[in-house]
Design a protein around this ligand. Structure first.
Ligand SMILES: Cc1cc2nc3c(=O)[nH]c(=O)nc-3n(C[C@H](O)[C@H](O)[C@H](O)COP(=O)(O)O)c2cc1C
Length: 152
């Protein structure tokens, strides 16, 4: 997150990527969080450019309120964003988007919130991996630190 109200999120991508032109054209983008059983197709998407293959054929695609940001139905959570700004660096572009909606399948939700345990996702340790599943529940944020006794 870059900002809370309005909720802004940033995604940095190499200038060479095919995705960048689509984001600029549509003035929107989506962030799709895959479940761990999608690790093979996720890696495939990282290995091939949309300029060579149509990766959308690998998924069931849906559109939300903006009607321009394709999202992946198989993913546990989809974050739909309106493009607000682009910050240019030497080799990358940082796309700043305002979150307009978050979508999640009922089976991944507990008490109206995405349930990390249920959608069982993974992360990639940069720069070369490997992929690791997201682990166990640890503690309540904004709360667990209240019991800490400072040394001084
Ligand atoms: C494990 C993995 C991690 C990656 N991480 C990034 C990244 O953080 N930033 C980036 O710009 N590209 C990253 N890439 C490379 C792009 O996903 C890749 O170049 C892809 O083909 C770009 O697709 P596009 O041309 O359809 O946009 C990663 C690839 C893999 C396999």
């Amino acid at each position: 997150m870059l900002h809370d109200n309005p909720p802004l999120i940033g995604v940095a991508m190499s200038k060479k990527h095919y995705t960048n032109s689509g984001v600029k054209e549509n003035r929107s983008f989506s962030i799709n969080i895959p479940t761990s059983d999608m690790v093979v197709v996720t890696d495939y998407c990282g290995l091939h450019s949309g300029s060579d293959v149509d990766k959308s054929k690998e998924f069931e695609i849906f559109y939300g309120d903006l009607e321009t940001a394709p999202m992946i139905n198989e993913c546990g959570v989809n974050i739909e964003c309106k493009l607000i700004n682009i910050k240019e660096f030497k080799n990358t572009e940082l796309f700043i988007g305002e979150i307009v909606e978050i979508y999640s399948d009922e089976i991944y939700v507990t008490d109206n919130k995405p349930d990390v345990k249920k959608f069982d996702s993974f992360i990639c340790l940069m720069p070369n991996g490997p992929y690791w599943k997201i682990g166990e529940y640890l503690a309540e944020a904004y709360e667990v630190g209240t019991s800490y006794k400072p040394k001084s």
